[in-house]
Ligand binder design. Sequence first.
Ligand SMILES: Cc1cc2nc3c(=O)[nH]c(=O)nc-3n(C[C@H](O)[C@H](O)[C@H](O)COP(=O)(O)O)c2cc1C
Length: 290
Amino acid sequence: MSASLLDPIQLGAIAAPNRIIMAPLTRGRAGPGFVPNELAREYYRQRASAGLIISEATGISQEGLGWPSAPGLWTDAQVEGWKPVTEAVHEAGGRIVAQLWHMGRLVHSVFNDGKPPVSASATKGEGRAHTPVGRLDLETARPLELNEIPRVIADYAKAAENAKRAGFDGVQLHGANGYLIDQFLRDNSNLRDDDYGGSIDNRIRLLREVTEALIGVWGKDRVAVRLSPNGATQGVDDSAPDKLFPAAAAALDALGIAFLELREPGPDGTFGKTDVPKQSPAIRRLFRGR
Ligand SMILES: Cc1cc2nc3c(=O)[nH]c(=O)nc-3n(C[C@H](O)[C@H](O)[C@H](O)COP(=O)(O)O)c2cc1C
């Protein structure tokens, strides 16, 4: 007999009592200092009957967060703000993982004292940034220097440690939707010619190294990853997604993560759309699982 939506499922170390997974959804309700508050506590408590809640995307650093009133996980105040949220979810019988977010080139400089955003290369996202002073044109990113990449990975690890202190059940790396990890993955936003650019292996390197760092904090069975292999998303695109994403999935499989989530938006998807007839067999196989 096939499984029902209401049957339990084991997601790495997380025993979900049903297969309803709440998608990560940016709410923009945090307080000053990107600190989650009572609104988040109530919102997530109300949804604790899901098998697993994936939190709204949560900034790993000020450099990586450019969404007004989104929460972060890089300060002690943010950790304290999250504690009552995770407690409320657990008291209501639920489970919640933190989605860790670096927006890369999609961060407007108003969030960083006028400093340009960082990315794989000097490229610009598509669309306009949400900022506290309204929508503003996106800006050209400053390529991360090779010797800065360990610091970015350390920022992810610190946020993962903070997620632990805040009482989460694990973390999900936000590798989807045209943010920093996706900017490194795809060949129209990654124009580097060092160890992090060029070949598919090199473009996957940051995804792999960040995931390894998260595993170093949480163990492999409490680390998940989200990717969006279909079509262009906020300006990122790839000339051969049917080669890139199976290779990325294989690299994550080799690390043994808890689960890989793939977005498959419909024709009117919120961040890019899937053209199913044009989807390659390699990507279709990814969705079906092997
Ligand atoms: C308002 C809004 C906020 C979202 N925030 C996030 C987010 O924080 N992290 C994320 O990975 N996806 C986010 N998404 C994408 C959703 O998780 C989900 O994949 C999408 O809404 C499902 O529809 P689609 O895939 O057909 O677009 C957001 C979508 C919407 C509409």
